[in-house]
Design a protein around this ligand. Structure first.
Ligand SMILES: CC(C)(COP(=O)(O)OP(=O)(O)OC[C@H]1O[C@@H](n2cnc3c(N)ncnc32)[C@H](O)[C@@H]1OP(=O)(O)O)[C@@H](O)C(=O)NCCC(=O)NCCS
Length: 161
């Protein structure tokens, strides 16, 4: 009851937790609502079953409102995706999600983390820059929009130590 009330009034505490196979449908919904090429439940199921991927979820009250997923290889990792439900964006909630995730990557022996981000995605760029990522490359016309428009990607890197 208290969970529901605090969620209703918007002051439920956000928790970052490891995602499980029971989250696949929620994660697919969150991904599909954020990206035009959404990942389906099967893709999340595959990811969550693999030892080289790490997925965290962001829970507010009883609701899962975001996730971040990475793939690891040797001592490097790539952040594959991060997304929050639109209802929970703009409150800084992704910071804790990303930092906790980076902490777990460091705990697995990862020393370099890479990601790609569309160069006009200001919210994501500000988040990554805040978290210590720096631009190390640019990929021309890397993303294709449903209308055919091609957008550039920035390659970012953060060292964990
Ligand atoms: C990227 C994302 C995870 C950020 O999560 P969030 O919790 O809403 O981020 P924050 O509230 O911490 O905002 C991040 C910064 O961007 C700014 N910002 C937010 N929306 C913005 C917008 N539309 N234009 C410009 N800046 C914006 C915020 O003011 C904040 O800046 P600050 O740190 O200087 O205060 C979220 O916007 C999202 O899910 N986007 C859709 C999926 C996506 O694009 N993922 C990234 C793929 S690489």
């Amino acid at each position: 009851m208290m969970d529901w009330l605090s969620e209703f009034w918007g002051y439920a505490e956000a928790q970052v937790e490891g995602a499980t196979l029971r989250d696949t449908s929620t994660l697919a919904q969150l991904h599909g609502a954020s990206f035009h090429r959404g990942w389906d439940e099967e893709e999340f199921e595959d990811m969550l079953s693999q030892r080289n991927t790490l997925v965290h979820r962001l829970r507010v009250g009883r609701k899962i409102v975001g996730f971040v997923a990475s793939r690891m290889a040797a001592d490097e990792a790539e952040i594959l995706s991060i997304a929050l439900a639109s209802s929970h964006r703009g409150r800084g909630l992704s910071r804790d999600l990303l930092l906790t995730h980076l902490g777990h990557l460091a705990g697995r022996g990862i020393v370099k983390v890479f990601l790609e981000v569309e160069e006009n995605n200001q919210a994501a760029l500000r988040l990554y820059t805040w978290a210590g990522f720096v631009v190390v490359g640019r990929r021309e016309r890397y993303y294709r929009q449903p209308d055919g428009e091609q957008l550039n990607a920035l390659l970012m890197r953060r060292d964990l130590s």
